[in-house]
Write a protein that binds this ligand. Structure first.
Ligand SMILES: [Zn+2]
Length: 273
């Protein structure tokens, strides 16, 4: 049984503000240790639940956040950028995806470090008219590979968003979001225990969980990005896109996976919190 673990940083146990997740932040080194600890908890849970192979993908910012020397030696680490597709080695031979340390979509009230892909310039991201966060984007990309997202961890708002979209998956609440830059945090050890337990249960329940399906017709996917500033929409309004209003640019893709290379080139890899 193969499990693929995508790890972001904003929803990690103990992390509560931008100083932990920006590469030049005061607490970034601590953020790396905390991220590695949650990743390890998910790896342990996966193996104890019955997995025989685990890939950990370091997906925050420009990658290179997880401390490879401290990672559970049974896991393979996918690190570095850029890579295309978004999730190399994720294919139909994988049995389930975990999204560890994720955050709620842009604009979610009282959600810790909420944003969607680019917090500096994106106000809202919609697929076929429905607002999506990164959980929705990655669940759809996994579904296009025929693989279900079976477990997520992050703050309470991220877990609510994930259950609303993906149903009865396993969730590990690592903290209660109070605002973009404030949260009521569990101790990292307690958070690790929750991540471990959810990961293990998710593997044990794999046969019950189905790949995600977009709310409307999954193919093609109409992707509308509403920018915070009109000049960003002006720049994104290239050939093949439609301008819906001053702030919003829409593009149609056959699959959501096809979107990612273009976004990567357009926005670079560092998100701004
Ligand atoms: Zn991130």
């Amino acid at each position: 049984m193969r499990i693929y673990i995508s790890v972001d940083m904003e929803g990690i146990s103990g992390i509560n503000g931008p100083e932990y997740v920006m590469r030049d932040g005061r607490w970034y080194a601590a953020g790396q240790r905390l991220m590695t600890a949650d990743a390890n908890a998910a790896v342990r849970g996966a193996f104890d639940g019955g997995a025989d192979e685990v890939i950990v993908a370091d997906m925050h910012g420009s990658s290179g956040n997880i401390l490879v020397e401290e990672l559970d030696p049974r896991a393979l680490l996918l690190a570095g950028t850029p890579h295309q597709p978004r999730f190399p080695f994720l294919d139909e031979t994988v049995d389930g995806v975990f999204l560890v340390g994720y955050h709620a979509m842009a604009g979610t009230l009282a959600a810790n470090l909420e944003h969607t892909m680019n917090s500096a310039s994106w106000f809202r991201f919609c697929v076929n008219g429905t607002p999506f966060g990164e959980v929705g984007i990655d669940a759809e990309i996994a579904a296009e590979c025929g693989v279900p997202v079976v477990m997520v961890s992050g703050d309470d708002k991220l877990c609510e968003e994930s259950r609303a979209l993906l149903g009865n998956i396993e969730t590990a609440v690592t903290k209660q979001g109070l605002g973009r830059q404030s949260a009521l945090c569990l101790s990292p050890q307690y958070g690790n225990n929750r991540v471990y337990a959810a990961a293990r249960r998710a593997v044990e329940r794999l046969s019950e969980l189905e790949p995600f399906a977009l709310p409307e017709t999954p193919s093609p996917a109409r992707v509308a990005i509403t920018y915070k500033m009109v000049p960003d929409a002006d720049r994104a309004n290239v050939a093949g896109t439609r301008r819906l209003d001053g702030y919003t640019v829409e593009t149609t893709y056959n699959r959501l996976s096809d979107m990612y290379g273009g976004l990567w080139r357009e926005y670079g890899v560092e998100k701004k919190i």
